[in-house]
Ligand binder design. Sequence first.
Ligand code: NDP
Length: 249
Amino acid sequence: MDSLKDKVAIVTGGSRGIGRAIVLMLASEGCHVAFNYQKSEEKAKALEKEIKALGVKGKGACVDVKDFDGVKKWIESVKKDFDGLDILVNNAGIVRDKALMLMDPKEWQEVIDTNLTGTFNMARLCIVTFLKQKSGNIVNISSVSGKIGLPRQTNYSASKGGMDTFTKSLAKEVALYNVRVNAVAPGYIETDILENFSDEDKEKLAKIIPLGRMGKPEEVAACVKFLLSEKAQYLTGQIIQMDGGLAIQ
Ligand code: NDP
C-alpha cells in the first residue's frame, strides 16, 4: 500500500471518538472513506459533510457490525459506489464493565459479538476482495486490556485478546497475497467510552500512566496512518501498544 491518496477505506464505528479521528485522518490524506455507526445519525451526517469538504467521497451507514448479512450488503454497496476497496479499519467497540460475579450472559455476549465477532464479520467479508486483487491493509483497534487484562473487564479483555491473536493468525494466512494485518492497542484515550470515569478517576489514572496523561484520538489515528503507509510495508501481525507507557513490560 503506497500513498493513501485515492484509496478506498472502510472504518467501523466512525461516528465518534477514535473512529472519527481515523476517518478524518484518512480523508485528509486523500482517501475516500465509508464508515458505519449504530445510533449517532446526526454525528454521522455532520462527519459526511466534513469528509466531503476535504475533497474526497465519504458516506456513513447505520449498520450493526454484529449482523453478518447487514455488513455483507454494506460492503458490497461501498465497493460499487466507491469503485474498489483497499483498507479496512476495525474500530467499532463497546464496554460493559462489571465484576464477573455480577456479569450476566447478555453483557458477556454483547461485548464479544461487537468487538470480536464484528471484527470477524468485517474481515471475512473484505478478505476475498483483498486476496483477489493481491493488495489490502487491515488495522484492528484493540486495547491494552487485551494484553494485560483489567479487573471488571473479563468480557472486554477476552474480546480484545481474541482480536490480537486473530490479527496475528490472519497476518500469517494472507501475507503472501500482499495483505498486511496489524493492530493498535490503545491505553486510556479521551473519548465517550470513558464517560463513567469521574474527573477524580481520570486524575488518578493519569498518575499511573508513565507519560502522565491520557491519549487523544488523533494520536491513535497517527499510528493507524503509519501502519497503512509504505513506511510500514515490512510490518505485519503486530500489535502496537499506544498507551503512554501504561503497559510497558
Ligand atoms: P466510542 O464509544 O467513543 O465510539 C464507539 C464507536 O463504535 C461509535 O461510532 C459507535 O457508534 C460504534 N459502534 C458501537 N457498537 C457498534 C456496532 N454494533 N455496530 C457499528 N458501530 C458500532 O469509543 P472509542 O472511540 O473510545 O473506541 C473506539 C475503539 O477503540 C473501540 O474498539 C475501543 O474498544 C477501543 N479502545 C478505546 C480506548 C479508550 O480509552 N477510548 C482504549 C482502548 C481501546 P454510535 O455512535 O452509533 O454508538
